[in-house]
Design a protein around this ligand. Structure first.
Ligand SMILES: NC(=O)c1ccc[n+]([C@@H]2O[C@H](COP(=O)([O-])OP(=O)(O)OC[C@H]3O[C@@H](n4cnc5c(N)ncnc54)[C@H](OP(=O)(O)O)[C@@H]3O)[C@@H](O)[C@H]2O)c1
Ligand SMILES: *[C@@H]1O[C@H](CO)[C@@H](O)[C@H](O)[C@H]1NC(C)=O
Length: 332
């Protein structure tokens, strides 16, 4: 009897140890896989003489993208909501790189008026624009916020603001051709769909509108690339990877506790997250590439739903109405 309990316990312990060991090994292998599969922009190309505009570069992926481009000698226009934080980063970047060509302008993408004010300054002060990087993004999760223009907050910030911004900057981009537009989307678009009968939705499941906004980013890029054919301005979008950045800040506790464990254990660093944006902004090989989706610095495929050309076109036209595009504004 005694022996039996003994044997049983040992077997149970061995089984438990094997399972725990197996799980740990799997997690370690997953980490190694994530590390090895991370795309790195290998291009050493200088960006001297080129002007790059990046939105939302006070944190996360945008900050590391900005840092890299400044090191390459680009003139950088930081389009940021928090001007104080942006100026602090500007000083840091100048110190690091000895590149003085950095300017900060206030831009709140959730406000159409702010987008217009911002562009007025840029068009007044800048002679050229070689790269426009739509990086800023937000993810309202449980709260239902509405922008000053009556647009749901996540869609206003992630799609409608950038849509208007692109229109108002397009002439400068065309004059500077060959030039590029880079849109930071997300593979999480696969969790959503975009309903053309309700393009300013407010009542949905938590976080769903974030996925919709990333779906919108891709549809926007594809249609933009079609409309810009022959102009020398390219447009591509990307998935940066799952990154340990500020984007998860609106997830409430206790959900955020579990999320933080996953984020800290398995997500990539902002520097890794910036690689595909940098690649699309600088790589000589991608000079003629347009209308494509990239992940880990490589071209990747899209679902048939998001690449439906007729739907992209219709969504574009509806977006023109939502941002109240004027007849005097540039058409794309
Ligand atoms: N992290 C990921 O795993 C992941 C995955 C896929 C895609 N992305 C995309 O990557 C992009 C960068 O996000 P991140 O992960 O680096 O997040 P982040 O650390 O939260 O950075 C977002 C940036 O956007 C700015 N921003 C937010 N709302 C704005 C507004 N209304 N006007 C102007 N700027 C605004 C923020 O400025 P403040 O400092 O003023 O808030 C911040 O600089 C986003 O488009 C996001 O959707 C991220
Ligand atoms: C881009 O297109 C131009 C003109 O068609 C061509 O000369 C050039 O080799 C192309 N560059 C790349 C990297 O494909």
């Amino acid at each position: 009897m005694f022996l039996n309990i003994w044997t049983c316990s040992i077997i149970c312990l061995l089984v438990a140890a094997t399972i725990i060991g197996g799980v740990i090994l799997l997690l370690l292998l997953l980490r190694v896989y994530i590390y090895l599969s991370t795309g790195v922009c290998k291009s050493k190309v200088s960006m001297k003489g080129k002007t790059v505009l990046i939105t939302g570069c006070t944190s996360g992926i945008g900050r590391e993208t900005a840092r890299n481009l400044v090191k390459r000698g680009a003139r950088l226009i930081m389009a940021c909501r928090n001007v104080e934080a942006a100026n602090k980063l500007k000083d840091e970047l100048i110190k690091e790189s000895d590149n003085q060509e950095i300017v900060v302008h206030k831009l709140d993408l959730s406000s159409l008026e702010s987008v217009r004010d911002f562009v007025k300054q840029v068009n007044n002060e800048e002679k050229r624009l070689d790269v426009l990087i739509h990086n800023a993004g937000t993810a309202e999760t449980f709260s239902k916020k509405i922008s000053i223009d009556g647009i749901e907050m996540t869609m206003a910030t992630n799609h409608y603001g950038p849509f208007l911004l692109t229109h108002l900057l397009i002439d400068l981009l065309k004059r500077s051709a060959p030039s590029r537009i880079v849109v930071v989307a997300s593979s999480l678009y696969r969790l959503a769909n975009l309903n053309l009968d309700n393009i300013n939705p407010t009542m949905t499941f938590p976080a769903y509108l974030y996925y919709v906004s990333k779906y919108a980013n891709i549809m926007f890029t594809l249609e933009l690339a079609r409309r810009l054919e022959g102009t020398g301005v390219t447009a591509n979008c990307l998935h940066p990877g799952m990154i340990d950045s500020g984007i998860w800040r609106n997830v409430p506790a206790p959900l955020s506790w579990g999320l933080q464990v996953i984020v800290k254990s398995f997500f990539k660093t902002p520097e890794q997250g910036a690689q595909t944006s940098i690649q699309l902004a600088v790589s000589e090989h991608l000079k003629n590439t347009t209308g494509k989706y990239f992940s880990d610095c490589q071209e990747s495929s899209l679902s048939s739903g998001v690449s439906d050309a007729a739907k992209c076109k219709k969504f574009w036209e509806l977006s023109e109405n939502i941002v109240k595009l004027q007849s005097t504004d540039p058409k794309i």
